[in-house]
Design a binder for this molecule. Structure first.
Ligand code: SF4
Ligand code: SF4
Length: 218
């Protein structure tokens, strides 16, 4: 899921300074799971805004704010409160914020910063494991992504700076290449060490990404 966090209150205060009446929007998917934009956070934001002497015309938490049609449908159900507001404040990742801004005529202020695509280790503990590079080499690296989990994104083994099995960039993180080596050894195979991996071809990372299911059918 997309890991996001609330913007600093000072930044939000600045972004909302020109508006008096606000409609609040949360996301019931990722932003709820990482406690940045669910019911509870929308309610807390509302309390804070009222303290700032703002008027909240209404609020909603959309099932998946990144679903453009669903977001538009949900906002239609709150038509009057949306119309009454000067601005829509969105507690969702950047994708959700853009769903709203692409369908609503009102100004939109995003309340969250989007950080990364995260795996959930346990509740409240998220780890980036994939950078969505579009050219996956996991089959050769025993299921551990060096593009993402090596701090330098190295493709041909460790940098030489590892200390006690941990990364020289961040001592709290285990060296990705040590983990890859150990797991490949336990599987009794060479994997990625059997060849020299050429420099990464980042043209596979399509920006902006576009994919239609009928194009991808085989
Ligand atoms: S190689 Fe690319 S697609 Fe595969 S896990 Fe790493 S970043 Fe993700
Ligand atoms: S110590 Fe390991 S994880 Fe850290 S940058 Fe070097 S190779 Fe990558």
């Amino acid at each position: 899921m997309i890991i996001s966090e609330l913007k600093p209150f000072e930044e939000l205060q600045q972004a909302l300074s020109e508006f008096d009446k606000l409609f609040l929007i949360g996301c019931a998917a990722c932003a709820t799971a990482c406690k940045s934009g669910g019911e509870e956070e929308v309610f807390k934001l509302q309390e804070w805004l009222v303290e700032q002497e703002k008027e909240v015309t209404g609020s909603t938490v959309i099932d998946e704010a990144c679903h453009i049609m669903r977001a538009a449908r949900d906002l239609r159900q709150h038509k009057n409160a949306v119309q009454d507001a000067d601005v829509l404040v969105v507690l969702a990742c950047g994708s959700g914020i853009q769903s709203i801004s692409s369908t609503a005529e009102k100004r939109v202020v995003g309340g969250l910063n989007s950080m990364f695509l995260g795996n959930v280790r346990r509740f409240g503990h998220y780890e980036e494991m994939c950078s969505l590079c579009g050219d996956c080499i996991l089959n050769e690296t025993a299921g551990i992504c060096p593009v993402t989990t090596c701090a330098k994104g190295l493709l041909n083994g460790p940098c030489g700076g590892m200390e006690d099995g941990h990364c020289e960039i961040d001592a709290e993180i285990e060296c990705a290449w040590r983990l890859i080596y150990e797991r490949l050894q336990s599987q009794k195979r060479q994997g990625v060490f059997a060849r020299r991996v050429p420099p990464k071809n980042w043209s596979h990372r399509r920006k902006p990404g576009r994919y239609r299911l009928q194009d991808g059918e085989r």
